[in-house]
Design a protein around this ligand. Sequence first.
Ligand SMILES: Cc1cc2nc3c(=O)[nH]c(=O)nc-3n(C[C@H](O)[C@H](O)[C@H](O)COP(=O)(O)O)c2cc1C
Length: 400
Amino acid sequence: MTDKGQPFTPAKLAGLTLKNRVIRAGCFEGMCQGGQVTDELVEHHRRLAAGGVAMTTVAYCSVSADGRAFDHELWMREAIVPGLRKLTDAVHREGSLASIQLGHAGFFTNKGIIGKRPLGASAKWCLFMRSYCREMTREDIDEKVHDFVSAAVLARDSGFDAIEIHAGHGYLLSQFLSPWTNRRKDAFGGSIENRLRFPVKVIENTRDILGPDFPILVKMNQIDGMKNGISIHESQIIGRAFEFAGASALIPSSGFTSKIPFLMLRGDLPIREMSRNQESSLDRLGLKIFGRLMVPEHAYRPLFQLDGARKILEAVDIPVIYIGGVESLAAIRQVLDDGFSFVQVGRATIQDPEFVTKLEAGLIERSPCDHCNRCVAAMDAGGVYCVSNNEGFLGQGAGS
Ligand SMILES: Cc1cc2nc3c(=O)[nH]c(=O)nc-3n(C[C@H](O)[C@H](O)[C@H](O)COP(=O)(O)O)c2cc1C
């Protein structure tokens, strides 16, 4: 007997009704060479939509050309609106909704790709990109607020049903929130109120332009995870500030891409596969030898963000979307029982885009994903797919 309990019932998110409680998490696809929307990207999200998620999230899309860390990622501009429209149409035809994650990589943008010195909250060396960013001026801050707003409008015009502002994982807004990256002495640094000023402005201005009903999800950190990062106490203040600024829902995660990238994932470190993706032989060798020292490993457990996410849930009155280690029907039930409104699922849907349909039909109880994280290396080697699953999942069939 199929159990059609709470996970598969519709629920509201701002002005939107989602057909069930499962949203595909933003997982960088690595399918957008030259920043273009490709057939592979469209097919990837069509297959996720067909596989039963209520809403799929196109992963990290930079709000401007100078927010890119890689050449194979999207950056928002008029020229890609027709391609994005093709993607949202394909998702809608499968009976699902589409969201897009908007962000800026700040101090870990790639100097070689953006053609200028990276921007950051404070001047800082980035080991990850081996570059030194410059502290953003007041004018830079105003310009980036404007870029977020313009990108949100283009996303809506492309047919997206929701946007997800990236204020976590050590991206630019998170770099302003974190004392590890923000050592400013002006109105944008120091106290948590000051560190919040720029991210809050982004959310407020985006809300103003999109109107009261358009869903604005905000992904944030409940902890950064390193010494001098934000604490749970501060993230509760951040969650409340985002709520008052106009966020429709929060997605509490953790980790800092340029420092502790696997805290948000947990599980194995695919060092060998990641080292193969390095451009120079010196980098390949360096990562192979020093990888385990440079990239800390964190043990995986189901629902690994639950304790911190509950603290955010306690602090706010808007929906909180649980993310991190959702791999079974029992886990989805547990977090919904806890009071979370939806779940976001990453690796289980990379392993099998039909994860939700199969759960609902009672064909599986849990995902066979073993957190080898080789999908993370795959996203920089042609496009994300499950390396363990022989059938793979790379948007196959695109264009055929
Ligand atoms: C291949 C891959 C790519 C990811 N890319 C992003 C990204 O672009 N933006 C983001 O916020 N999180 C990204 N994440 C993190 C996921 O959104 C999610 O937080 C994490 O995978 C934990 O959820 P899970 O246990 O359901 O996989 C990525 C994860 C994976 C596995």
